[in-house]
Design a binder for this molecule. Structure first.
Ligand SMILES: [Zn+2]
Length: 462
């Protein structure tokens, strides 16, 4: 049972009359997450994730993993430290290295605290005794911290020096099968972003420092985004302006519907896919034995999702200035139950109902998904205000109206601000409905024509 009285949630308390010197521009998600005690700023662009936010991170990790498994992924874990020698071989230390964290061990050997793992995973395969074409395709992924010494850390989890990533690396026998892998993993990404039910756009992207031939980015559109996208006002098509500007044809009109009504929007890049070819396998000597027993370079792809960035950016898009709003599948808890105030007239009778609800709600949505706000020394109003700011999908109040003689009522608050007064069975139905909707999303059975909340989120593809 999750009890609010036991929850470690160190909210920021600013004393009245305090002069707050704001040196940094804060984003909405950063401010709410910090103020409400879900994250804490560590040193120098790093963040400490508190229990409630960690629940959301864990839920997202599970969702990502189930989609990676469906795409044939096998989970591995690579060391954070990658020998810099490997990066020398691929030429990636020749450009701007100011964002890399480099450390030396006691013998003087130099390592990167990896911002990404192409070299490490490719070198692993290069040193694995001959891989046969029969073992391919191989799709390996991991979920772990990545490091980037950002000149300008911003917006909390959205651009921090240490962040959590899911990175998958694929290995195929040919360009052709690598493209098949690319479409399988891309389909898993599309499905994942639809499950989150936050509007997203998928755009053709420049391959940049990764190299390779084909690349797509997934973006959430938000004013705090750092990329400029061109979005068509008529059909919703979006493209990365970096890419579009290189093509003189598309600056004038939408490549999809030919409308010239293109507007600039800001995008937060939340995921990125690349077809890499032999960009890494060749210099690092990662080969497989082909059907005639001859060694041949592996053909690679790589696929990243910023785990902590997706959560922050989704909150940025969905929340108001005052209240967090979570993707349904990522809310830390499904239901918050608030009991009567200590010493109130209704307390004894209301507690009977409260105890009954703790059992029945837990049975419906899972006891892990229920937060019991048992801080009865606090007024219902104060607890409700906090519950609403935290954005629980359902907050149920067992107050004075729950014990009235004719037609007892529970107050149910939805995260969209709606307030309902329901009898016991209606309230339980709402919990069941929420649970059902979650299952529909988890099973990926969400593409129904008359389901507005879902069709909204279907991204526009290039
Ligand atoms: Zn268009």
């Amino acid at each position: 049972m999750n009890k609010a009285s036991r929850l470690f949630c160190p909210a920021l308390i600013t004393p009245k009359n305090a002069v707050v010197k704001q040196t940094e521009q804060l984003s909405r998600s950063q401010k709410l997450l910090t103020d409400l005690g879900l994250i804490k700023s560590g040193s120098n662009g790093t963040y400490q994730i508190m229990p409630m936010a960690q629940r959301s991170v864990d839920k997202f990790i599970n969702l990502v993993q189930s989609n990676m498994q469906l795409a044939g992924g096998q989970k591995i874990a690579l060391p954070v430290l990658t020998p810099t020698g490997l990066w020398k071989k691929t030429g990636r230390l020749e450009g701007d290295i100011s964002e890399f964290y480099m450390v030396r061990d006691r013998s003087g050997k130099q390592f990167l605290m990896s911002p990404t793992h192409e070299e490490a995973v490719t070198a692993m395969l290069a040193t694995t005794s001959p891989i046969s074409y029969r073992q391919l395709p191989l799709r390996l992924y991991q979920i772990g911290p990545k490091f980037r010494d950002e000149l300008k850390t911003r917006f909390g989890l959205m651009r921090a020096k240490e962040f959590l990533m899911k990175d998958m690396y694929s290995f195929d026998v040919s360009e052709e099968t690598a493209r098949e892998t690319y479409s399988v993993v891309s389909a898993a990404y599309d499905r994942l972003f639809k499950q989150l039910d936050v509007p997203f756009v998928k755009v053709n992207a420049a391959t940049g420092m990764m190299g390779g031939s084909v690349s797509h980015e997934y973006h959430y559109v938000s004013p705090v985004g750092e990329d400029t996208l061109l979005q068509c006002s008529s059909c919703g098509f979006a493209g990365n302006s970096e890419v579009l500007e290189t093509d003189p044809q598309s600056t004038a009109c939408c490549p999809s519907c030919k409308s010239s009504d293109l507007k600039e929007v800001r995008g937060v890049e939340v995921a990125h896919t690349f077809l890499l070819g032999d960009r890494y396998s060749k210099p690092l000597g990662a080969t497989f034995l082909n059907t005639s027993g001859k060694p041949q370079s592996l053909v690679m792809g790589c696929y990243g999702i910023g785990i902590t960035r997706v959560i922050a950016a989704a909150l940025e898009v969905l929340s108001s200035d005052q209240e967090l709003h979570w993707p349904r599948l990522l809310a830390p808890y499904d239901v918050c139950l608030i009991g009567p105030k200590q010493g109130s007239k209704e307390q004894p009778a209301a507690e009977v109902i409260e105890n009954e609800l703790l059992q029945t709600i837990g049975d419906i949505c899972g006891h892990e998904e229920l937060l019991h706000d048992d801080r009865k020394d606090l007024t219902i109003g104060k607890r409700l205000l906090e519950g609403k700011r935290l954005g629980h999908p359902l907050t149920i109040v067992v107050g004075a109206k729950s014990v009235q003689q004719d037609s007892p009522r529970l107050e149910v608050h939805l995260s969209n601000g709606e307030k309902l007064e329901l009898d016991l069975s209606e309230a339980l139905n709402l919990v069941a409905e929420h649970n059902h909707h979650k299952k529909v999303l988890l099973n990926g059975r969400f593409i129904r024509e008359n389901d507005e909340s879902i069709s909204r989120s279907v991204g526009h593809q290039l």
